[in-house]
Design a protein around this ligand. Structure first.
Ligand SMILES: Nc1ncnc2c1ncn2[C@@H]1O[C@H](COP(=O)(O)OP(=O)(O)O)[C@@H](O)[C@H]1O
Ligand SMILES: [Mg+2]
Length: 367
C-alpha cells in the first residue's frame, strides 16, 4: 500500500471479506476457467457489447488494428474478461501488464518495443501508471513511436524507435483520475455498469454449469440477489454455497440451501455483510440515524475511517440505505426498515434540515 496508512483487516486480507469485488487468490485460479471467451458468451452490458462489436468488426473488415479501447467501471464487472475477448475476437496475441507494474518509462519502453504487429496490450489499473511512463504512452498510442533515452545529463540523446501498430486496452476503476490527454487518445471508451439481477442469474447458471454444480432457478436467483450487481461476487458466493450444499446436503443448490449457506457466511438478503451491517447498526442505534461524522462512525464500529468510506459506504449509498450530507452520514427510511428497527419521531434528515441540536451538541459531536 503506498498510502502509508495503517491497513485495516479488510485491506490486508481481502479473503476475509466474502463480498469484496477485488480478486483474491482463489478467484484468480477459478476465474480463468469461468471467463467467457467470446463476445457472444459475455452476459449483459448490452451497450458496451454492441459498441465494441462494431469497433472490432470494422477493424477486421479493414484488416487493421482497431482504435485503442478504454474500459472503465468498478472492480469485478468484466474489464479483464473483455480485454481478453477483444484479443480473441481479433485473433491476436495479448500482453498483460498493469499501471503499478510500470514504475519507470524504461519498463514501458521494453514492453512496447517487443510488441508484434496487431498485438493487444492490456494495461490494467492504467490510472496508477507513473507520470513519465504516461507521457511515453501518449506518443506510442498516437504515432506508434517511442523515444528511448540513452545516457544521462547533458550528453543524453533520444533515439526514436518505430513500433508496429498495436491496440492498447486500458482498464480503470477511476476514469476520473485519468489525465485528459491520455483519455483523449482512446478511440472508444466502454463504461461498465452494475449488472441487473436477471443478468447475474445467467452468470450464476453459466458458472454452475462450468463448475458442475447442480442448481435450480430459485437457487440461482437467491445468489444473484445477494451479489451486489457484480459477477465476481456472484461466482464467489456460488462456490461457497456449493461447499455448503455438498458438505451438509446432497449437492443441489436450491433457494433454501443458498439462503442458509449465505446466512452462515453472514451475507444478508440484500447482499450486506458484517461490516455493512455494523455500520448501519451503529448509525441507527447509537446515533439515532445521524447525521454523524465519518470518523465518529468509524470509531463506533472499530474500523479505520478509510475502510468505512471505501469498503462499506459505496454499496450502502448505492442501495439507498445511507446518504452522505455536509453534516455527516444519515440513514434513510430504507435502512431502518432493512434492519427491522423503528425510526425516532422526527426523521434524522428533517432534524438536520431544521438545524435542531441535541443536548447542545450536533449529533457528530461538534458544539
Ligand atoms: N459479462 C460477464 N459474463 C460472465 N461472466 C462474467 C462477466 N463479467 C465478468 N464475469 C466473471 O466475473 C469475474 C471477474 O471478471 P473480471 O473481468 O476479472 O473483472 P474486472 O477486470 O472488471 O475486475 C470473472 O471470473 C468473469 O468470468
Ligand atoms: Mg481486472
Amino acid at each position: 500500500m503506498e498510502s502509508g496508512l495503517p491497513m485495516s483487516p479488510y485491506e490486508s486480507d481481502p479473503a476475509d471479506r466474502l463480498l469484496t469485488a477485488s480478486a483474491d487468490g482463489e478467484d484468480q485460479a477459478v476465474e480463468a476457467a469461468l471467463r467467457p471467451k467470446l463476445l457472444d458468451e459475455f452476459i449483459g452490458q448490452e451497450r458496451v457489447r454492441e459498441q465494441l462489436s462494431l469497433v472490432l468488426q470494422a477493424a477486421r473488415k479493414r484488416g487493421a488494428a482497431p482504435d485503442h479501447v478504454l474500459l472503465s467501471g468498478p472492480p469485478g464487472l468484466g474489464k479483464t474478461t473483455l480485454s481478453m475477448i477483444i484479443a480473441a475476437e481479433l485473433n491476436a496475441p495479448i500482453r498483460i501488464t498493469s499501471g503499478p507494474a510500470i514504475q519507470h518509462a524504461g519498463d514501458l519502453a521494453a514492453i512496447l518495443s517487443s510488441l508484434t504487429e496487431g498485438e493487444v496490450l492490456f494495461l490494467d489499473e492504467i490510472h496508477r501508471m507513473s507520470r513519465p511512463a504516461e507521457e511515453m504512452l501518449y506518443m506510442a498510442m498516437e504515432d506508434f513511436r517511442v523515444d528511448v533515452i540513452v545516457g544521462k545529463g547533458p550528453g543524453a540523446t533520444a533515439i526514436p524507435l518505430e513500433l508496429p501498430p498495436f491496440t492498447l486496452v486500458g482498464a480503470t476503476t477511476r476514469a476520473g483520475l485519468l489525465p485528459p490527454p491520455l483519455r483523449d487518445r482512446f478511440g472508444f471508451t466502454g463504461h461498465m455498469e452494475f449488472y441487473a439481477p436477471a443478468e447475474l442469474e445467467r452468470v450464476v447458471h453459466r458458472s454452475a454449469g462450468l463448475l458442475d454444480v447442480e442448481i435450480d432457478p430459485a437457487g440461482a436467483a437467491e445468489i444473484a440477489g445477494r451479489s451486489r450487481g457484480t459477477p465476481r461476487i456472484a461466482n464467489r458466493l456460488l462456490r461457497r454455497v456449493r461447499d455448503f450444499a455438498q458438505v451438509r446436503h446432497d449437492g443441489l443448490v436450491s433457494r433454501e440451501i443458498a439462503a442458509r449457506a449465505l446466512e452462515v457466511y453472514e451475507v444478508d438478503a440484500r447482499g450486506l455483510d458484517r461490516l455493512d451491517r455494523a455500520v448501519l447498526e451503529a448509525l441507527l442505534k447509537l446515533f439515532g440515524g445521524g447525521p454523524v461524522g465519518l470518523s465518529t462512525l468509524a470509531v463506533a464500529v472499530g474500523e479505520e475511517a478509510e475502510t468505512v468510506e471505501e469498503v462499506a459506504e459505496p454499496f450502502l449509498v448505492r442501495e439507498g440505505l445511507l446518504a452522505r450530507t455536509p453534516r455527516g452520514r444519515i440513514a434513510t427510511a430504507a435502512a431502518w426498515q432493512h434492519l427491522g428497527l423503528t425510526p425516532p419521531q422526527a426523521p434524522a434528515a428533517a432534524r438536520a434540515a431544521r438545524g435542531v441540536r441535541q443536548n447542545g451538541l450536533w449529533a457528530d459531536g461538534q458544539a
